[in-house]
Write a protein that binds this ligand. Structure first.
Ligand SMILES: [Zn+2]
Length: 234
């Protein structure tokens, strides 16, 4: 259950940070999806056969487009509206938080519906009509999906921003978060070292659980919804 102690800390807080991962959603994309495969890098696949690669990207994107935000995603929109200074950090690249309506959002691993130009750094929405994408800023075709692959590190500026807001957080919640990247995993500890109250919502205990003030084992989306409902009554 959500403790009174946590709720008391939360209602007094101005700066709240939630860190989510793939564990927040109930459904996932079909197997064989390009963005969940760990074979060749995107660059290697694209350079081998650009047309084939971008076809696979489009097919995978159609699968992601069928996923729908759940109550947990919507509860996070409620939390964003409630707090003066709210930031949602996510390692999900499925774009569901954005589609649910969160605006104060750091997508550490990018967004499956975006492309990135590796010539000029521009990030732009993918255009399904283009067989081979062209950068709207510089005209380059050195484009890849804006999604971090395994072993790639988050963009420096995004990571810095995530570290800064984590250090300022009064309450820091992780929900369905479990990652292998050292820099990302350090975020709850940065928050803790700066005095935040930490709550973990995860189906099972993780390596961070012992460092948290509280850990609730269960469906993260369900408990986020419970938190949003409790706040409405206060
Ligand atoms: Zn460009």
């Amino acid at each position: 259950m959500i403790s009174n102690k946590f709720i008391q800390r939360l209602v007094k807080a101005c700066q709240v940070v939630v860190l989510t991962g793939n564990g927040i959603k109930a459904e996932s994309v079909k197997s064989g999806n390009l963005f969940n495969e760990e074979k060749l890098s995107f660059k290697e696949q694209r350079d081998k056969s650009p047309e084939k690669f971008w076809q696979k990207v489009a097919e995978s994107r159609r699968q992601y487009a069928q996923l729908q935000p759940n109550l947990g995603h919507f509860a996070l929109v409620d939390l964003e509206n409630r707090f003066e200074d709210f930031m949602l950090i996510t390692t999900s690249f499925d774009g569901l938080h954005r589609r649910a309506g969160n605006k104060n959002l750091i997508e550490l691993k990018g967004n499956v519906f975006q492309n990135r130009c590796h010539q000029c750094g521009a990030i732009f929405e993918a255009d399904e009509k283009q067989k081979i994408p062209v950068c709207p800023e510089c005209g380059s075709t050195d484009i890849l999906p804006n999604v971090l692959q395994t072993n790639e590190s988050p963009e420096e500026s995004k990571l810095k921003q995530a570290q800064r807001v984590s250090a300022e957080a009064e309450v820091f919640v992780t929900a369905g978060f479990n990652d292998t990247n050292e820099d990302i995993n350090a975020l709850p500890f940065i928050a803790k070292a700066n005095g935040a109250y930490l709550l973990e919502l995860n189906p099972e205990k993780t390596t961070f659980s012992s460092a948290m003030n509280e850990m609730i084992a269960g469906n993260p989306a369900k408990f986020l919804t419970a938190i949003a409902l409790l706040l409405e009554k206060i």
